[in-house]
Design a protein around this ligand. Structure first.
Ligand SMILES: Nc1ncnc2c1ncn2[C@@H]1O[C@H](COP(=O)(O)OP(=O)(O)OP(=O)(O)O)[C@@H](O)[C@H]1O
Length: 271
């Protein structure tokens, strides 16, 4: 079978930041491509450059050298086809639930949508995320899980082809987190999206992804790329599958070696 098209491509990407303490080499000659419909997770020690990579794909920053392309064209800035979701900045506190979802739909990029389509899209995501009864509530009155559902609704409603997520579930309790995973898988299964996720949870990465990329300690390279063989849709019973657990342990061990390397590096830097 022919492989799906390559969409986002990091080609020999390096990133250096100038800091008061000197030049920080974060990403070193990294190449990775993300194909249509893939769910790729980045895992690796804190500070190895995961957010830096996601910010490049989002178009917020450019690499010091190398290129990041979308369908072969250099990414020059953010675009409506790429929805970005962060852990903390997912919703606007001054807008109601309904207005938050409407926000992206009212942007110029969606000006082709008529009022009825917009209303339908808002209703669909209010229902899907279980927020219909809270449409006029402000985010500060919602629980953490509801705010996160709202952030997802806002990202999904504009139908981005790509969803770029930086630890979107990190602050949630275990139950809400697992409900959010299944909601995400449900939406992704219905709509063919391509996802890049940053997470510190190996279990989350294996459960959700089609590929997991382990990033090494700084200056970071790709340590390993692991294909996750389980078909979608996935169910929670997968968590008890011996093959799932074997993969999770293998990835966890590999990531922990990089955490140790990163820690050793920080200690040397402090000396
Ligand atoms: N604009 C910047 N200027 C200087 N240093 C930066 C800048 N942005 C990031 N860094 C540094 O680059 C390194 C990588 O940061 P980045 O946020 O990409 O890592 P990360 O892997 O996402 O970390 P975490 O898992 O802790 O979120 C860190 O040491 C960070 O302090």
């Amino acid at each position: 079978m022919e492989k799906p098209a390559e969409r986002i491509r990091f080609d020999s990407v390096s990133m250096r930041y100038d800091t008061a303490a000197g030049t920080l080499r974060v990403v070193e000659d990294m190449s990775l491509s993300i194909r249509q419909g893939e769910f790729v997770s980045l895992v690796g020690p804190s500070g190895c450059g995961k957010t830096t990579l996601l910010n490049m794909a989002a178009g917020f920053i450019k690499p010091t050298s190398g290129s990041v392309t979308l369908d072969g064209k250099e990414i020059a800035g953010p675009g409506p086809e790429r929805g970005v979701m962060f852990q903390e900045y997912g919703v606007f506190p001054w807008l109601t639930v309904e207005q938050n979802i409407a926000f992206g739909l009212n942007l110029k990029a969606n000006s082709g949508m008529d009022a009825r389509d917009k209303k339908q899209a808002i209703e669909r995501y209010l229902e899907l995320m279980g927020l219909a009864d809270f449409r006029r509530a402000f985010p500060k009155t919602l629980s953490g899980g509801m705010r996160q559902r709202l952030a997802l609704a806002r990202t999904y409603a504009v139908h981005p082809e790509f969803i770029l997520m930086d630890e979107p579930f990190g602050a949630l309790d275990a139950q809400t987190r697992s409900a959010m995973h299944d909601l995400l898988l449900q939406v992704l299964y219905k709509e063919d999206k391509t996802v890049l996720l940053i997470t510190h949870s190996v279990e989350e990465a294996v459960y959700l992804s089609s590929r997991v990329v382990i990033i090494s300690a700084r200056p970071s390279r790709i340590r390993e790329v692991i294909d996750i063989p389980f078909p979608y849709p996935r169910q929670r019973s997968l968590l008890a599958d011996p093959q799932f657990n074997a993969l999770r342990s293998r990835i966890y061990d590999s990531v922990m070696l990089e955490y140790a390397a990163q820690e050793a590096l920080s200690k040397t830097a402090l000396k």
